[in-house]
Write a protein that binds this ligand. Sequence first.
Ligand code: FMN
Length: 198
Amino acid sequence: MTTANGRTADYPIDTMFLERWSPRAFTGESLSEMDLLTMLEAARWAPSSYNSQPWRFTYARRDTAPWSRFLDLLVPSNRGWAATASALVIIVSNPMMRPPGSDKDVPSSTHSFDAGTASGYFALQAYKMGWRVHGMVGFDKDRAFAELNVPAGYRIEAAYAIGRQGDPASLPEVLRDREQPNSRTPLAQLAFEGSFQA
Ligand SMILES: Cc1cc2nc3c(=O)[nH]c(=O)nc-3n(C[C@H](O)[C@H](O)[C@H](O)COP(=O)(O)O)c2cc1C
């Protein structure tokens, strides 16, 4: 059993999996492009079906020209707290892939799954560098398509706020109460030997 961050794992995993969580209170300090690209470099090394690497990353760092364009894409409930993040990343995936030895693209059945793996690598690399990452589905994907110049047919997967963890007191009361690591469904309800058990 491993315990960290007020969380207890059922099995003896590395503590980083318990220590990573998604806060909303950030300090607003600046994040260098070098550090952000280091996080995305880890994402780049995620495995993908046929090594198709369908992930694409668009990003804006605080106090740079694209920042307000990215922030404005978020729904108000996310925009409120994410305004003190240090960077915003939107992960997009290419639904087409080129099988090895072929000269033709075919639809990929795993592009979103692969991009999800990359996002996990990204968040864990950020954690190891002392930064925190908070995923967001709450943003305007139609506007993101147009405003971020996303190629037609690509899938916009998720947005991520990256920041240094801040003081929960900076949050509105309703979020302050939720500003703590949450738990998980027991593995016994998720992992089945032999066949699925509903
Ligand atoms: C793809 C994705 C979308 C999410 N969307 C939102 C969101 O729009 N707003 C929000 O406050 N949290 C969002 N979350 C955060 C999740 O609620 C959070 O990751 C989950 O409760 C597990 O908590 P933890 O990351 O602290 O371990 C999202 C997370 C992921 C991975």
